[in-house]
Design a protein around this ligand. Structure first.
Ligand SMILES: Cc1cc2nc3c(=O)[nH]c(=O)nc-3n(C[C@H](O)[C@H](O)[C@H](O)COP(=O)(O)O)c2cc1C
Length: 347
C-alpha cells in the first residue's frame, strides 16, 4: 500500500520534467493507490500529432519511476490504457519493493535544467562518451548519436542554423514563442509556467529581443538578414559545445515518441550527474515533421533550408534513414550555471 503523501511526492518529481516552452501540458489524477497521467496537449505549430508533447510525457514518467524506486516502490505503467480516452497517457500503480535501494539518478532530477549559456569546447573524455552511449543502449528505447569531431560538429551546427533561420521567418512560431515568454520574475511566479526571460541568457540582447515581439518588425528585419544573423548565433553556440547529440527512435508512433522521451530524460539526468549541461535544438526536427505533413506551408527557400538541414543532420550523425528523429541537442561543459531556473506549477 502506498500513502497519498508518497503518491504526491512521486508526482512532484514528475512535474520537474522538461516540456516544450515549459508549458507543463499534463496533469496528474491521484487515486487511492495509483496515479493517472493526463495529457493536455499544448497548442503550438510544433505540436503536430502531439509530437512535442509526448517526449515531455516520457520524461515525466521517467522521473516518476526513478522517484518511486527511491521511495521503495516499483512503478508499473499501463500506457494508453484501453477505454481511457485520448487524453489518458498512463495509469500508474506502485508495488512495494522488498528492499529500498536509492536510485543513482534521483538526486539529479531537481538539479537538471536547460543551460542556454556558452559552453567550452573541451573534448568529451572517452570514458564519459562510452557511459553515455551505454545509457542509451541499455535502455532499449532508442539510439543515441554523438557528433564530437570537428567536421561532424560543423555539419550538426549547420543543421541547427537552418532550423533557427526558418523559426525566425514564421509568424505562427514567432507568436507562439512570444506568448510563452514571461517578461518579469513576477509574471513567471504568477503562472509558474512558460519561458522566464532570464533563462534565455540574452543579456545585452534582451532589449532588442523585446522589440522583436512585434512580428511586423521581425518580418521587416528579416529582409535585412535578421533570421540569418540569429541563426548564426545558434550555429556559434553549437560549434562551441563539446558535442551535439541526436536521439532516434524505431518509429514515429506516440508510444515510441513517449518512450524516446524517457530515454532523453535519462540521458539528460546522466549528463547532469557527470557535470555536463544540455540545450535542446529542436526547431529543425519539428519543421521536418511539418514539412512531411504539408510542404506547401513553407516558402520554396524555407523548403530548401529544411532539406539542407536534414542533409546536414544525416551527415553529422551518419544516419541511415530519417525516420524517428526525436531529439537534437548540444551538450558540454558550461563555465557557469544557468542565470535562472524555470518554475513549475503546483500539482
Ligand atoms: C520536446 C521538447 C523540445 C524542446 N525544445 C527546446 C529548444 O528547441 N530549445 C531550447 O532552448 N529548449 C527546448 N526545450 C527545453 C524546454 O524549454 C525546457 O525543458 C523548459 O523550459 C523547462 O526548463 P528546464 O528544463 O530548465 O526545467 C525543449 C523541451 C522539450 C521537452
Amino acid at each position: 500500500m502506498i500513502s497519498r503523501e508518497t503518491l504526491l511526492k512521486i508526482a512532484r518529481y514528475g512535474q520537474m520534467a522538461p516540456s516544450g516552452d515549459n508549458l507543463q501540458d499534463w496533469r496528474f489524477s491521484l487515486k487511492e493507490n495509483s496515479i493517472d497521467l493526463i495529457g493536455e496537449f499544448f497548442s503550438h505549430p510544433f505540436n503536430l500529432s502531439h509530437r512535442a508533447s509526448f517526449p515531455g510525457y516520457g520524461a515525466v514518467l521517467e522521473n516518476m519511476s526513478i522517484a518511486a524506486q527511491e521511495f521503495g516502490f516499483e512503478m508499473i505503467e499501463d500506457l494508453f490504457p484501453a477505454g481511457g480516452g485520448r487524453d489518458l497517457i498512463a495509469s500508474l500503480r506502485f508495488l512495494e519493493l522488498a528492499e529500498k535501494k536509492p536510485h543513482p539518478l534521483f538526486p539529479f532530477i531537481e538539479k537538471r535544467a536547460v543551460n542556454r549559456r556558452n559552453y567550452s569546447r573541451k573534448e568529451l573524455p572517452s570514458q564519459i562518451r562510452k557511459e553515455l552511449i551505454q545509457t542509451a543502449q541499455n535502455s532499449g528505447l532508442g539510439q543515441l548519436f554523438i557528433a564530437d569531431v570537428s567536421l561532424a560538429k560543423k555539419y550538426a551546427a549547420k543543421a541547427a542554423f537552418y532550423g533557427s533561420q526558418v523559426m525566425m521567418e514564421r509568424k505562427d512560431v514567432h507568436d507562439a514563442l512570444f506568448n510563452s515568454i514571461r517578461w518579469t520574475q513576477r509574471d513567471a511566479e504568477k503562472t509558474r509556467d512558460g519561458l522566464y526571460i532570464k533563462t534565455l541568457e540574452l543579456r545585452i540582447q534582451e532589449p532588442a529581443f523585446r522589440l522583436l515581439s512585434s512580428w511586423g518588425l521581425t518580418k521587416a528585419l528579416n529582409f535585412l538578414g535578421l533570421s540569418r544573423f540569429a541563426a548564426f548565433q545558434d550555429y556559434r553556440l553549437c560549434l562551441g559545445s563539446s558535442a551535439l547529440g541526436l536521439i532516434q527512435i524505431p518509429n514515429d508512433s506516440p508510444k515510441a515518441v513517449l518512450e524516446g522521451g524517457k530515454l532523453f530524460e535519462r540521458f539528460w539526468l546522466k549528463l547532469t550527474s557527470l557535470g555536463l549541461s544540455l540545450q535542446p535544438e529542436t526547431a529543425l526536427i519539428f519543421f521536418l515533421y511539418m514539412l512531411r505533413d504539408n510542404p506547401s506551408q513553407f516558402t520554396p527557400s524555407q523548403r530548401k533550408c529544411l532539406t539542407q538541414g536534414l542533409k546536414m543532420l544525416k551527415e553529422a550523425f551518419s544516419l541511415e534513414n530519417e525516420r524517428g528523429i526525436l531529439m537534437f541537442f548540444r551538450f558540454g561543459y558550461a563555465a557557469q550555471e544557468p542565470s535562472a531556473r524555470s518554475l513549475r506549477k503546483e500539482i
